[in-house]
Design a protein around this ligand. Structure first.
Ligand SMILES: [Zn+2]
Length: 340
């Protein structure tokens, strides 16, 4: 089968690998019908994360179940399914509390790779969510977004306690930040301030529900958020980048008593204890428990209440995956869909 493999930073190829087989009786094999390239795939592509050996890529996926292990009960061959970037049993105490991304039996899908014709999905009953009905091409795109970027943006907005009567600031205008805006709007936030300096992304932010745009960054950006919120700062702030600057911007933009939902994968972030002490904000973040939200998100998508799939602005066949990585790296594309 075809699979996207990273051989070294900047060196992405489509190799021929063996089709995966059932390893554990709780596994399923799916035929991937669409996959995509994640912002986090750019960390190794840029050499910020090491690539020690040829590594199969990808952790976002939708597809059709091709084979199931003996202990899989709820998922059947032929089901059209969507899953998240962490396989989880959905039964342990952590999962039951809604934090499936840290399931005690978690398997990171990135360690398996889903930018391929087929993928092995561990803990299939807990991980996969069935989609009923025949999705349109638009709905298919949106279901793929639900697999990671929408689910992650949604978690960030929930963790930041976005809701009616709240002002929400969003740091980061990648796919996750943009979809956190969509989530904040769905959750009923009054005011949504997008921090972005790219015209095309500002336009998409407004389409998803942003009421204000702040182009400034750092201390000036924080001052601008305060100015827009009566001098207080936002009630809720989403951090969707993962750098020192973005994290400090998020905490600084939040009023005392407010909440920060941080979902940008942290790279070199160090927080000063005393500054954090006096910030007086709640911090909740980490790998998003997308599985918690998937049934609701699938329903919103299949009833056309949300259209997160418009975040994909480049579609390439899997053979051209290298071009897709390059386009995202050079910021020519926000989010790339790989067709199979
Ligand atoms: Zn669990």
């Amino acid at each position: 089968m075809r699979a996207v493999v990273m051989h070294a930073p900047g060196d992405v190829r489509v190799d021929t690998l063996d089709k995966p087989t059932i390893v554990e009786p709780t596994d399923a094999i799916i035929r991937v019908t669409a996959a995509c390239i994640c912002g986090s795939d750019l960390w190794p592509f840029r050499g910020i994360e090491e690539v020690n050996q040829p590594t199969p890529m990808g952790h976002e996926y939708i597809g059709v179940v091709d084979e199931v292990g003996d202990e899989v009960g709820d998922i059947e061959v032929g089901d059209f399914v969507v899953g998240s970037f962490v396989a989880s049993d959905n039964t342990c105490e952590i999962c039951q509390a809604g934090f499936q991304s840290r399931c005690i039996h978690q398997v990171m899908m990135g360690s398996i790779g889903t930018q391929a014709d087929y993928a092995r999905i561990p803990l299939a009953d807990g991980t996969l969510v069935k989609v009923f009905g025949e999705p349109t091409p638009e709905q298919t795109r949106s279901l793929l977004a639900a697999s990671d970027v929408l689910g992650t943006g949604w978690f960030a907005a929930v963790a930041a306690e976005a809701g009616p009567g709240k002002s929400v600031a969003v740091v980061g205008d990648g796919a996750v930040g943009l979809l956190a805006i969509l989530a904040a709007k769905q959750l009923g936030a009054d005011r949504i301030i997008a921090m972005s300096r790219h015209a095309d992304r500002q336009a998409l932010a407004k389409k998803f529900g942003a009421t204000d745009i702040v182009e400034e960054r750092g201390k000036v950006g924080v001052a601008k958020i305060k100015e827009l919120t009566g001098g207080y700062g936002a009630h809720s702030t989403v951090e969707a980048v993962g750098t020192q600057e973005s994290m400090l911007q998020a905490i600084g933009a939040t009023r005392p008593g407010g909440h920060v939902g941080y979902v940008g994968v942290s790279h070199g972030v160090e927080l000063d204890g005393l500054d954090l002490f006096f910030a007086t904000v709640s911090l909740l973040g980490g790998p998003a428990p997308v599985r918690r939200f998937l049934p609701e998100l699938v329903d919103l998508i299949m009833t056309d209440q949300i259209d997160p799939g418009i975040v994909f602005d480049l579609e390439v066949p899997i053979e051209d995956a290298a071009e897709g990585y390059k386009a995202m790296d050079e910021r020519r594309a926000t989010k790339v869909l790989l067709t199979l």
